[in-house]
Structures are given as C-alpha cells and as structure tokens.
Design a protein around this ligand. Structure first.
Ligand code: ADP
Ligand code: MG
Length: 213
C-alpha cells in the first residue's frame, strides 16, 4: 500500500520556491546560452534577478499561508523580471494563489488544480499553443501527467511523472519553429535550439518533484 501522500503546507511551498531559485542560479549560464541562440541572452539574468528577489522577500516577510506565499512570489516576479517571462511566471503564481484559496495545507489534488490554473494563466496572458516553442510546451505535459498519475495507482509518483513529462516537453522544443515571443522573429532559424523558457519551466516542476513528494 502506498504511504500517505505528503500534504503541501506553507513550509513545503517555501522549500519548493527556494529549490527553484537554487536551480535557476545553478543553470543561469545554460539559460543565458539558450536565450542567446534564439533570443536576447537575458533569460538567465532575468530569472536569477527575479528568484533572488523572491527568496529575499520570503525571508523578509514570511507568508502566513499557501495562497499568500504564491501571491507574494507572483507579485515579486512581476515587479522584478522584465521581458516576456516576468509577467508570464508572475501570472502563473498569481493564478496558483487564487486557485489555492483558503486551503491549508493543499492536498495533492488541490496542488494539481492550482498548478493547472497557473498554466491556464500563462495561456491567458501569452496565448501560447502547444508546439509554439515556449514554456507552455514544458508546463502543459507536466500538468497532464500529474492529473493522469493522480487518477491512477501511484499518487506518490505523480510529481515525478510530471517532472519527467516537463523534461520531455522541454527536449521536444528543440526541433520546433518558434511561433511566440522574441524567438519567433527568427523564423526557421529558431529550429534546432532548445527553448529557454521551457528549460526554466522544467526546472520549476523538477523542484516540485524534489521538494513536495
Ligand atoms: P524576452 O523574450 O522578453 O527576452 P525572456 O528571455 O526572459 O524574455 O523569456 C523568454 C521565454 O519566454 C521564451 O523562451 C519562451 O519560453 C517564453 N515566452 C515568450 N513568449 C511567450 C508566450 N507568448 N507564451 C508563453 N511563453 C512565452
Ligand atoms: Mg530574452
């Protein structure tokens, strides 16, 4: 029989966000390199700046509940990250906060629903569709895999399945031609490069699998 799934409380979400910040810092050079191939080379710097501000804010004013934490993360990203990715990641966390509502802790189903609301927010904001070569190509398979796994027998492996799906989605952006964002200006020359935003998004879901399962 499976162990009792981990409840996702404020402290767990704090661990997730800090793990994401650490992963962004560790991968800054890769994100810069990917964005210099098909963009303007600022995705690493944008995300490092934003996540440093997020972690500083968590230390300065620790949020009282999951929704407050997610809202603070979203507001901080909107306020500190320029470019396309700031409003997109900001909207992601703000929509997660709204979906989390008063729940404390979030059970796995509530967390999955909040993640999906976040991904829907990315679409509402950026209008990306599957295959446009954006962060959505990592996020969409992740939430689909999460829901499928939660409906199946291995709820404890659900976040691992989501992270693996995000990584596969990220890898699958390489042969695509970009249809959204700065990379779309390159047309066919965007083919053959992994999308930077899909790369950071896969780090986000990987951090969830490592801290919330
Ligand atoms: P900018 O493109 O303004 O320099 P970043 O370099 O920080 O911003 O982020 C680029 C990433 O943002 C892309 O790799 C892509 O994944 C993502 N992105 C850009 N436009 C969109 C969009 N409309 N919808 C979803 N993601 C997008
Ligand atoms: Mg850029």
């Amino acid at each position: 029989m499976a162990d009792e799934p981990v409840a996702i409380d404020t402290a767990a979400l704090d661990r997730w966000i800090r793990a994401f910040a650490a992963a962004i810092a560790d991968n800054e050079e890769q994100l810069t390199r990917l964005d210099s191939a098909i963009g303007d080379a600022d995705h690493g710097a944008n995300m490092v700046r934003g996540m440093k501000a997020v972690v500083a804010k968590l230390a300065e004013s620790p949020p009282a509940n999951p929704a407050a934490l997610l809202k603070q993360v979203g507001m901080t990203l909107v306020g500190t990250v320029g470019g396309a990715s700031g409003p997109l990641y900001g909207t992601f966390f703000l929509r997660m906060a709204t979906a989390a509502g008063d729940a404390e802790p979030l059970d796995q189903a509530a967390f999955a629903a909040a993640l999906r609301a976040g991904v829907d927010g990315v679409v509402a904001r950026g209008k990306a569709e599957a295959g446009d070569k954006t962060m959505y190509d990592a996020l969409a398979p992740a939430v689909d895999a999460l829901d499928a796994a939660l409906g199946g027998e291995d709820a404890n492996g659900a976040l691992r399945a989501a992270a693996d799906a995000a990584a596969a989605g990220r890898d699958a952006t390489t042969p695509l031609q970009a249809r959204k964002g700065r990379a779309s200006y390159l047309g066919e020359r965007s083919v053959g490069h992994q999308d930077p935003g899909a790369t950071s998004a896969a780090l986000l879901i990987e951090a969830a699998a490592e801290t919330l399962a």
